[in-house]
Design a binder for this molecule. Structure first.
Ligand SMILES: [Zn+2]
Length: 321
């Protein structure tokens, strides 16, 4: 029997305050959290599917009691805990090298203090990668970065944000990535840094050829329009991945399992009108469909089990700010 191809699933544990902050809602300063309802529900559905995945956590949450508890529960359930920055500011690409290093190290310290192993993976909050970031991750012994989203939806998401946000923060001009993202590779590859080529880049998978998103929140929006359309779309994406030899890396968020009542203030966010129970059922279908064709693992396990020959020079990246 030939082994089945690998796919990976990861969760960005973005908290309620982070969404409100990006949206320009001053209520974010009280740091409202939906982790106590989101984390047990996510762990339950992943457990039902028999999946161990990767959860990217935000340091500012992990230094608090509910975030530390979440990390301990995630690690105890066998999932990989990875670094999703400390402050979850989507304009990370504007940070100085020192500030970027601080974001990484404070989150690493919070994760290990909460009882999980030191993170081997990083995903930035704004889908942007700079040379500073890649070099710092390599220096600090990370195995992979998972910050790129090769899609043309980025500029559209930015247009949407600019239209709906109450404030316009500095740096938002490049939020969600530029048009160059469209040409970024869909496959995983290794960054060639001065120190060699070890750090892996694992893009969030978009539909092969079309480059439209297939992450949980996008599927959920389609599902709200038409469940049949959403199923056909995801099945087509999986088939194209198989045909093109792309290992899908599916990205999920807490909002994929939460209803509007559990995320007060997020009524503006796409897909929040659907009840939590309906979202959980839909996510179960998505994960089952993925498991039909692929062996599903976390992003860290995917990287360690996949021999990667493709490389990309880090010199092609913006240095940072
Ligand atoms: Zn995030």
């Amino acid at each position: 029997m030939t082994p089945r191809p690998l796919a990976s699933v990861s969760v960005d544990l973005d908290n309620l305050w982070a969404y409100l902050k990006t949206h320009g809602d001053p209520g974010w300063r009280d740091r409202p959290s939906f982790l106590p309802s989101a984390v047990p529900r996510l762990l339950e559905i992943l457990g039902e599917q028999g999946l161990t995945t990767t959860v990217f956590v935000v340091g500012a949450d992990v230094v608090r009691e509910d975030g530390a508890k979440a990390v301990a529960e995630i690690a105890a359930a066998g999932h990989e805990v990875a670094n999703h920055s400390f402050g979850h500011e989507p304009w990370l690409h504007r940070y100085s090298r020192e500030r970027l290093e601080d974001e990484l190290s404070r989150t690493e310290a919070a994760i290990t203090a909460a009882g999980a192993p030191r993170p081997r993976g990083f995903r930035g909050p704004g889908y942007s990668v700079t040379r500073d970031l890649v070099e710092l991750l390599a220096e600090r012994g990370y195995a992979y970065d998972a910050s790129t989203l090769p899609t043309w939806i980025g500029p559209l998401a930015r247009a949407y944000h600019n239209r709906t946000a109450k404030t316009s923060d500095e740096g938002l001009g490049e939020l969600f990535g530029g048009v160059s993202r469209v040409l970024a590779p869909v496959h995983a590859y290794r960054w060639q840094t001065g120190a060699g080529s070890a750090l892996v880049e694992l893009p969030v998978t978009t539909m092969p050829l079309l480059r439209t998103p297939i992450h949980g929140s996008y599927l959920l929006q389609l599902h709200a329009l038409s469940p049949r359309l959403a199923k056909a779309y995801f099945r087509t994406a999986l088939r194209l991945c198989l045909v093109r030899g792309v290992s899908p890396s599916l990205l999920l968020h807490p909002t994929d399992v939460l209803g509007a009542a559990e995320a007060p203030g997020m009524e503006f966010f796409p897909g929040m009108a659907a009840p939590g129970a309906r979202k959980v059922t839909w996510l179960g279908w998505v994960l089952s469909a993925l498991r039909e064709h692929f062996d599903v693992v976390g992003t860290g396990e995917y990287v360690s089990r996949t021999p990667l020959r493709r490389t990309r020079p880090v010199t092609g990246l913006d240095a940072g700010r």
